[in-house]
Each structure stands twice: as structure tokens, then as C-alpha cells.
Design a protein around this ligand. Structure first.
Ligand code: GLN
Length: 277
């Protein structure tokens, strides 16, 4: 089969994916070890039998709905390429807003920073890549996620980032100038959980009780024991949770509470500055 034919999306894929052609290019690139530009240059090149059968096996997985990132085993985030696996969420572009906001919070200097529910380590590693002076620690409840994040630290040449196992603040001591988290925040009844890539991701990383606000509430409350005076707390949250998270932070005594939009213009990140006690 010619490359150009292999990259013509079957109808079933167009029904399933927002980017069927790109999906096929990524899968074929993975099989033959070439970048996407190669396909544009050599559309008439014939694939070998071995290449074609390996490619078809990956396409079959995609047609069952499996996310491209899990099939490839990697996902780009910020300037990094991270290993991903079904033990964690796939890092999303919107989460880069959390990284940008976090980078804006503190002046130059050496600070202690914690990422709660770090998963692949995406946020912790992106922050460490931009601020080599920060002492960044990422925590996750799942031992497999901690091991994955540690591998990502080595992969990115950022093994100064510490990854620790435990529930939220459990592995932490002392106080932090910045605490960030992209916790589970989807309402257990949200239909979005039955659609698309999200079906293959771990529920424990997605869903929280209390209409999605249980973990955010727990973290915001407990963070008052772990933030320095004037330390910052930042959350990613659902597009419709900005008002609730602002109210929560304000009631707990955080100052300068505000929400930032994601790339689609939806409320996505809320931050507050701990006033101290
Ligand atoms: N934004 C993700 C989604 O809607 C959820 C991420 C999360 O729960 N932390 O699929």
C-alpha cells in the first residue's frame, strides 16, 4: 500500500476522532520511525508488509477508541515530551494555563513548590524546566504514577524534581510558596465521562464527589497549613466551577482570588494568595 492511501482516514475513524488524518500520521510515524513531513515528501512510497500490519494493528486500537497518546506511549506538554500510560490522565493543553499562571506568581528566587496529584509529573516538570532554582515536589496517591513521573523526570533531564507517594499533603513537610493542583473535578454524573478519550483514563484522576468539588475543597482547606504567608494556591477546575472555587477560596481567607481562562475562553484556573493566620 502507498503512504498516501494508508493515510486516507476510514469513515469509522472520522466518526470517532476530531483529527483522523493527524491520528493516522502519528501512528504511521510511530511504526516507520519518520516525522510527518516525510509523508508529504513521499506519498507514493510503498509500505512493506511488516510496516502495514504493524500500522493496521495500531489503527485497530484507535478504532476501538483508545487515545492516541496511550497507543504512542508519549504526549507533548509545554516544551517536554512525556511518557504516558493508562495509570494517569493524558496531559492536556489547557493545563499549560496552570503552568503559565504559576510561573507569573513568584518573583525570581528560590522557592518551595508542590504539585498535588502530579500524575505524569507534567506540571511539576514544566515548572522545574522554566525555574531551575525552584525546589519542586510532586505527589501522587498511585505508586505507578509516582514511578512514571520519576521516569519522566529522568527522560527530561529534570531529576532534581522529587516525586513522592501519598494522598495530597501526606508526604509533605514544611511550608511552600506555591501549591498547584489539577485534581479530579468532574461530577460523577457528567455524561462527558462516557465519551471519547476520557473513557480510557483512570476515573480516580477525573471524578470527585460534591459535584466535582470534593478534592478541591479538601486541598484548599488543608493548604492553609502548608502555605507560607503570601504563598499561592492554584487549581485547574471545570469550565463551570470558577465561581464556586472563587467563593471557596474567599471564604477560607485567601486574598487576590481570580480566575483565568483556558485557550477556549472557559474558566479553567483559579488562584488565591494565603493571607496567613
Ligand atoms: N479537563 C479534563 C476533562 O474534562 C479533566 C481533568 C481533571 O479532571 N483534572 O477531560
Amino acid at each position: 500500500m502507498r503512504i498516501a492511501d494508508a493515510l486516507t482516514p476510514p469513515e469509522a475513524l472520522s466518526g470517532l476522532s476530531d483529527s483522523p488524518r493527524l491520528d493516522l500520521e502519528l501512528l504511521l510515524g510511530h511504526v516507520i520511525g519518520q516525522s510527518r513531513s516525510y509523508f508529504l515528501t513521499w506519498p507514493d512510497k510503498q509500505l512493506t508488509e511488516t510496516q502495514l500490519s504493524a500500522f493496521n494493528a495500531l489503527v485497530a486500537r484507535r478504532l476501538k477508541g483508545e487515545p492516541i497518546a496511550y497507543i504512542l506511549g508519549v504526549q507533548s506538554f509545554w516544551t517536554l515530551e512525556l511518557e504516558v500510560s493508562p495509570v494517569t490522565l493524558i496531559p492536556r493543553p489547557d493545563t499549560e494555563v496552570l503552568v503559565e499562571t504559576a510561573l507569573d506568581c513568584l518573583p525570581n528566587g528560590t522557592f518551595r513548590v508542590a504539585d498535588l496529584g502530579t500524575g505524569t509529573g507534567a506540571i511539576a516538570l514544566a515548572l522545574a524546566s522554566e525555574r531551575p532554582d525552584w525546589h519542586v515536589v510532586g505527589c501522587d496517591l498511585m505508586p505507578d504514577a509516582v514511578a512514571l513521573a520519576q521516569r519522566n523526570g529522568r527522560r527530561c533531564g529534570l531529576d532534581q524534581v522529587a516525586f513522592l507517594q501519598g494522598s495530597w499533603f501526606e508526604p509533605l513537610d514544611g511550608r511552600f510558596e506555591l501549591i498547584v493542583s489539577n485534581p479530579p473535578y468532574i461530577d460523577p454524573l457528567d455524561q462527558h465521562l462516557n465519551e471519547g478519550d476520557v473513557r480510557f483514563e483512570p476515573r480516580s484522576a477525573l471524578v470527585a464527589e460534591a459535584a466535582g468539588l470534593a478534592d478541591i475543597t479538601h486541598i484548599a482547606t488543608t493548604a492553609t497549613e502548608y502555605l507560607t504567608d503570601s504563598g499561592w494556591l492554584l487549581f485547574e477546575h471545570g469550565y463551570d466551577q470558577g465561581e464556586a472555587v472563587r467563593l471557596l477560596l474567599t471564604q477560607l481567607g485567601y486574598n487576590q482570588v481570580e480566575t483565568r481562562p483556558d485557550y477556549a475562553g472557559n474558566d479553567r484556573v483559579t488562584l488565591g494568595c494565603w493571607r496567613g493566620k
